[in-house]
Design a protein around this ligand. Structure first.
Ligand code: 5GP
Length: 368
């Protein structure tokens, strides 16, 4: 395990595995370009090590040049791509092969392709040492790649985290195991929102309230929001895959968070399993499920009070409140079982002052 700034990284690819991947690309390109002298264009800064090893493994005559773009800030793409070092001049009529260290969303690539429009090159190919095929959503084919890798943030062999790690000979991946991922349950009125707010600040977590995420996506007409709405409008339940995709995009939007509080999802054992699978694909997991428990009569009193202030009609009618409690009991029972089997279920007494309840939650979290 190594530390760069505030983050920990664990080994992912050895020097040998990287060199094999580099040689694989060099061999394939060499087979295609034995009869001409291509120009390789490395994309700085990340590709400098790759370009160097690649050229040593490339057996035929070739030229090399560099361009420099900038798009990543910390762990996430800012979406801003600037040209800092421009194209070589002698490329007209030549075969150009871009050498990229890694292709992620494809945004940088798009900018590169744009740079080469109107240059009258004979041919334009793209080679990348690493390729995150799951999240690439560009329209250009990646002609050559060394290794397909899952959606992990990696460093080393030219790749950095806030400028550190470029000099490592191996590739390391961000270690997610120190993350705190919580699932929060509680009947209406149990104080989930209040406590989530506190935990979020204390542990640098991102609170993902599924209801809010749905409303946001639908309101902003995102692709997933529109899809979800098409089910809702027909009176159907939104399929779990769609909800998971929304959560996934929330997780992806917050790579700097030290963990997530899932609130409002899962609601069924099948969803809990889907959440586990999704987190596992990101090398993450649920650390704990916390149910904020309180006696129904106490909650009813709280909700009626809240209803008076907010004007929410469903908080003012005792029968409606009891219905929501029944629904909660029926739905969470199998979930509780699911998480109990994994020894991840924690029940926290939700009666007391806000500070007292926070203290109880903190005790559970500080166990791991
Ligand atoms: P894209 O524009 O395809 O989203 O991102 C490409 C650029 O983002 C790469 O050239 C690289 O600078 C940076 N990048 C993408 N994924 C990673 C990663 O896992 N680790 C590091 N260090 N940089 C990355």
């Amino acid at each position: 395990m190594i530390q760069l700034h505030d983050k920990f990284f664990k080994p992912f690819l050895s020097e040998k595995e990287i060199q094999q991947a580099v040689k694989g690309i060099a061999d394939r390109i060499a087979a295609d370009y034995a009869d001409e002298t291509p120009i390789f264009v490395g994309v700085l800064n990340g590709s400098f090590m790759f370009v160097s090893d690649f050229l040593k493994a490339y057996p035929h005559p070739c030229e090399v040049s560099f361009v420099k773009l900038s798009s990543y800030q910390g762990l996430t793409s800012t979406g801003i791509v600037e040209t800092l070092l421009d194209l070589p001049e002698n490329i007209e009529g030549r075969s150009v092969i871009i050498l990229e260290d890694i292709i992620d969303t494809g945004r940088t690539l798009q900018e590169l392709v744009h740079l080469f429009t109107n240059t009258n090159v004979k041919e334009f190919k793209i080679a990348s040492l690493f390729y995150k095929s799951e999240i690439y959503n560009g329209e250009y084919t990646i002609d050559y790649f060394g290794l397909e890798i899952p959606d992990r943030f990696i460093v080393g062999y030219g790749l950095d985290y806030k400028e550190l790690g470029r000099n490592l000979k191996e590739i390391y991946q961000l270690n997610q195991k120190h993350m705190i991922n919580l699932v929060l349950f509680g009947k209406p009125g149990a104080g989930k929102g209040t406590q989530a707010e506190f935990l979020k600040d204390k542990y640098n977590l991102k609170h993902i309230s599924t209801g809010d995420v749905f409303r946001y996506n639908i309101k902003n007409g995102t692709e997933l929001g529109t899809l979800a709405k098409s089910y809702i409008d027909k009176g159907d339940l939104v399929p779990d895959e769609v909800t998971i995709k929304m959560l996934e995009s929330e997780v992806d939007k917050n790579p700097d968070a030290d963990g997530f509080i899932f609130d409002g999802f899962p609601r069924t054992a099948a969803q809990a399993e889907a959440l586990d699978n999704f987190l596992e694909s990101k090398d993450m997991n649920v650390n704990a499920t916390i149910a904020l428990e309180a006696n129904d009569e106490v909650l009813i009193a709280r909700l009626l009070e809240r209803g008076k202030i907010s004007g929410r009609t469903d908080d003012q009618d005792v029968d409606k409140i009891r219905n929501r409690f029944d629904e909660y009991n029926t739905k969470t029972a199998p979930l509780k079982e699911y998480y109990e089997e994994q020894h991840k279920f924690h029940s926290v007494n939700g009666i007391g002052s806000i500070a007292e309840i926070t203290e109880r939650l903190t005790k559970v979290i500080e166990q791991f």
